[in-house]
Design a protein around this ligand. Sequence first.
Ligand code: GLC
Length: 540
Amino acid sequence: MFMQKTWRDVGSLYQIYPRSFQDTNGDGVGDLNGITDRLGYLSWLGIESIWISPFFTSPMTDFGYDVANYRDVDPSYGTLDDLKRLLESAHDYGIKVMIDLVPCHTSEEHPWFIESRSSRDNPKRNYYVWRDPKADGSAPNNWRSLAAGRSWTYDETTGQYYLHSFLPTQPDLNWDNPEVREEIKNVVRFWYDLGVDGLRVDAIWGISKDPDLADDPVNPDYHHDLDQYGSYIHNKCKYGPKFDQYLRELASVSDEYHDKQIVFEFYPDEQLGNVYDQYERVLNIHPSSSAFFMEYRQNIWHADHVKNTVLEYLARTKNTTIPFFGLGNHDQPRIASRLGNERSRALNFLNLLTPGISLIYYGDEIGMENGELADEQIQDTFSPSNTKFDSRDLERTPMQWDSGEHAGFSNATTWLPVHSNREWCNVLDQSQNEQSLLYMHRSLLKIRSAYPVLRNGTLRAVYVGSGYVLAFESRLDDTYAYIVVNFADQPQEIYLPEPSRLVLSSRMQTVERDHPNTLGGYEARLYMNSLVHIRRSAAK
Ligand code: GLC
């Protein structure tokens, strides 16, 4: 039996896309029992909490982000009993479990929507946002859906339009209706009562909208046609006047329980003002909530840029909110494909050593790359072009456990093709190679968990002699650590401000004695003060 940490001491969160993690019933689609079977691996790796993307009953037009029953498991993923077993087993390993809450829209197949669309005077009509057409029959305003096209779909039965910020199969819930707010809070209570430890909360920006549903202003800096999402400034369809209030109300459900954590999906919008002011607003909604830092999705391969974004975000947590740093998720191209192996290895190193909770997207610990898909294999109907270029399927291909035909994920044809690089990019091979990316993750996670300075220390930037090197110093009581990353492909000399010993290099090999101050191209290192005696073997 492992010890249960509180969220304040948890160092890592591993995101599982359940469709793609482990299939146990031979249908080519992952399932909850598959996750339970792999908890031993996650424990070996040193993972302290997991976030499971939606597994609820769903017609899967957005692979579970279109929920038809908030309180049950989709049969393709298993049963509620399977989920209970998963929870029990995760807790036995000392792993906390976060699930995905999708509060702002349901599936069109949710009973609430089926009722709501049945007649204008149905009691559930006001659970969703319905409006009359304009005099010429067109949509009530110019809002665009993130999933391409308009945010409004006309419904013949009652002669009105309904609002959907995403696909037409995902009607927006009307959070201005207090009954809706109560329904969703009860969903949260249902899962908390079952033993779930926290929630990742999906797509919060639309929880409150302009009360008059006014048009979004046209974006003067965008010169494409007005059918495009980017041609508008989204200050009417997003972040309405009740945004903070509704999120706070939702997060306050945690107050009825012990140690529940919420983390909001959040991407600041540059068009809507200072990015860090936006972070600050969302990071400080409620003491039990936080917001993901996802700035690495931008092209920021620059030491100063990374330094500034990390420190700015941290400052906005005001030392009270738990920071959540991540490199990727199921909506972003894989970090290994974005940056290449060497650079992404260095950034993974940094990500595992920044304070708070480090998010690891499944497969990133072995360097999984964007999938190889032909256009006709695309499953995600979300992409504006419906081609492999902007499909999120690329980052959702099956987990590569071994080099076999189906990568150890399944024994049948898989829902998305497995990557051909499974030959070398797989858990089995990397778990036998102490210089692998997987071993680097494992070593850093163990060190992180053993030394609170890496989880709870105060971070500041220091200059170590080269503008290409990002160097953070972290301090807690009498312990300190230096995390250094070389953003150049050429070696750099570094001089640390205080005596310290090398704990680990991203290269996972002994540093040459002749040049102890030379950081190799794209190399990252962790040093700590001599009070701490860690040898590499301690990390095994
Ligand atoms: C979030 C999810 C994404 C989903 C969308 C609609 O952005 O991460 O996968 O498609 O919300 O629910």
